[in-house]
Design a protein around this ligand. Sequence first.
Ligand code: NDP
Ligand code: 2M3
Length: 291
Amino acid sequence: MAFMKKYLLPLLVLFLGYYYSTHDEFRPEMLKGKRVVVTGASKGIGREMAYHLSRMGAHVVLTARSEESLQKVVSRCLDLGAASAHYIAGTMEDMAFAEQFVVKAGKLMGGVDMLILNHITQSSLSLFHDDVRSLRKVMEVNFLSYVVLSVAALPMLKQSNGSIVVVSSMAGKMTQPLVASYSASKFALDGFFSTIRKEHLMTSVNVSITLCVLGLIDTETAMKAVSGVFTSPAAPKEECALEIIKGAALRKDEVYYDSWIWTPILLGNPGRRIMEFLSLRKYNMDKFVNN
Ligand code: NDP
Ligand code: 2M3
């Protein structure tokens, strides 16, 4: 009890004080007139993000493979109040499409303020045996295309001091059975984009990177994928989409969204953060920084 009073309580007060002093309030006007690209926007969380952004008065360019669905989403976006709404259909298996898509999106809106990377290739829960072909496809669509899209958007994002938003999963921070390839692709996103975030910090590139760590969300695809294999409460896709946009607008490093309140604390990994902070101090970046 004495230990609690002497150490834990002051630490808690310090932590809460720090948390609230450095965390701005989100206001929907933050997105008004912003030029936002959303991938995987024909259904699920991507579609809900497009709807929220439209209500907030953003410009949106959406993509996915299904032209028919995108058409419907775009017309609803316009009804909801989007400053402008366009779609470009194509597959993220094709890296040339990924690159051209960003360039075209930039031309449609006269620049890009936010790039939301959300699409994944179809995957079902299964044991990994020897399916290297499907692993390669998962890595290409869920990871490599994210890198290609970011590279293509970076010149525009630098100009606007913009943001990259990477939609990941708890399966990109911890391991569970039946999702080996999917999990590998989500861990890869953390390795790559968290490194790039540090490089941006050390080279004064003002492009924020927000990694979103989601638990089970009630999209049609996810509910079908887990049905009969595991039951855990699924959080609502509408709120999930809003939390991603809030975190992105506030330029947070990470957003956690799950139905269990302990998830952000348990997956937040203070050990990793301390090690990363300490290792940064050993660097001399002179060789890599211009002027
Ligand atoms: P959905 O299946 O509802 O949506 C996936 C989107 O990606 C669709 O718009 C789909 O459109 C598009 N897509 C699929 N294949 C391709 C392709 N080859 N090229 C381009 N686009 C493609 O998924 P969710 O909304 O549930 O998930 C969205 C994100 O959230 C993902 O990154 C996922 O990993 C993450 N997440 C979701 C969880 C959940 O429980 N729902 C849990 C944790 C993370 P189309 O088929 O028309 O191409
Ligand atoms: C969206 C679209 C999600 C999925 C999908 C599969 C799974 C469903 C992703 C997770 C979480 C998870 C417990 C492992 C992973 N198509 N196809 C999914 C298979 C659950 N997914 O990322 N939960 C075990 C919820 C975090």
